[in-house]
Design a protein around this ligand. Structure first.
Ligand SMILES: Nc1ncnc2c1ncn2[C@@H]1O[C@H](COP(=O)(O)OP(=O)(O)OP(=O)(O)O)[C@@H](O)[C@H]1O
Ligand SMILES: [Mg+2]
Length: 272
């Protein structure tokens, strides 16, 4: 797809890519979940990823974050090849994600769930704590401060001490975003952060994503079925179908592409 690949190299000439996928391929038995994905996401972009159910969106996320490494192709983060690195190493290099199916810890408070996002910055060990307790103490203080800052940013103050079990789905999604932001990532991957939300909650979430990019300087890969959100906040986008790239570039153009319209009409989602 020469056209699409050109568009996916990005319009901002001076921008350096945070993420690059080169001919990424991932199979599960006979299923080709990703069939030669090429893309570049530049620093500061909000990059949309769309496609019908089962087209490979989450698999691409899992390939990038190390959960299901690609069998062919390469993934580069800030110019460094991270193909096949373990998930915890990818996380330490600055990639944070939210999960399509919420991955919060029930029985724990909102605050403690967000604190878990700080694990990539925690250095504590028994020996370090025993030998240098003041260092462990200052780590703890820094981590708490970072979490308080995210709680403030995402307006979660009123539920900070509540168990996550009992809060509504819209707030749960926001807590997941908070946990990811607490890691202070350079690349934030959001897998359907607005699923199950009403219009008002969607608008809030879209605003938080824009603010995260503008104020916290994260680059965002956003998987989303709501086309109004994609055209509203994404700089560029990629559409997949059956693991293949079928449309790439500026959102308004891609969503009008007959191949993309056809994929959506043929699938379970309406391109609204
Ligand atoms: N762990 C796995 N084992 C086997 N097949 C898998 C696995 N993960 C994904 N697949 C298959 O890979 C294809 C792509 O799935 P994926 O979850 O990436 O789709 P998706 O675009 O995220 O869909 P949705 O919109 O429903 O979330 C599907 O055919 C799926 O059944
Ligand atoms: Mg998915």
């Amino acid at each position: 797809m020469t056209d699409g690949n050109d568009k996916l190299r990005g319009g901002q000439g001076s921008a350096s890519p945070v993420l690059e996928c080169r001919s990424v391929e991932r199979r599960f038995g006979g299923i080709v979940a990703l069939n030669g994905i090429d893309l570049q996401i530049n620093r500061g972009e909000i990059f949309g990823l769309v496609g019908p159910n089962g087209c490979g969106k989450t698999t691409l996320t899992n390939a990038i974050t190390g959960f299901y490494p690609p069998q062919r192709g390469n993934i580069l983060l800030n110019g460094n090849d991270i193909t096949g690195l373990a998930p915890h190493k990818v996380a330490r290099l600055g990639v944070a994600r939210t999960f399509q199916n919420l991955a919060l810890f029930n029985g724990m408070s909102v605050l403690d769930n967000i604190l878990l996002g700080r694990h990539v910055h925690m250095h504590a060990s028994v020996w370090r704590t025993a030998g240098y307790w003041w260092l462990a103490q200052s780590d703890e203080t820094a981590n708490r401060a970072a979490v308080e800052d995210v709680i403030d940013f995402l307006q979660l103050e009123s539920v900070r001490d509540e168990l996550v079990d009992g809060i509504p789905i819209g707030l749960k999604k926001r807590v997941e975003l908070a946990r990811a932001l607490a890691a202070e990532p350079s690349l934030l991957i959001l897998d359907e952060p607005m699923a199950g939300m009403n219009q008002e909650e969607k608008e809030y979430m879209a605003r938080f994503i824009l603010d995260a990019r503008d104020e916290r300087h994260v680059t965002v890969l956003l998987i989303e079925h709501h086309m109004d959100v994609i055209t509203g906040i994404c700089d560029r986008m990629l559409a997949l179908n059956y693991g293949a790239m079928i449309g790439a570039g500026i959102p308004a153009e891609v969503v009008a592409d007959p191949r993309v319209v056809e994929a959506y009409i043929g699938g379970a989602h309406a391109a609204v």
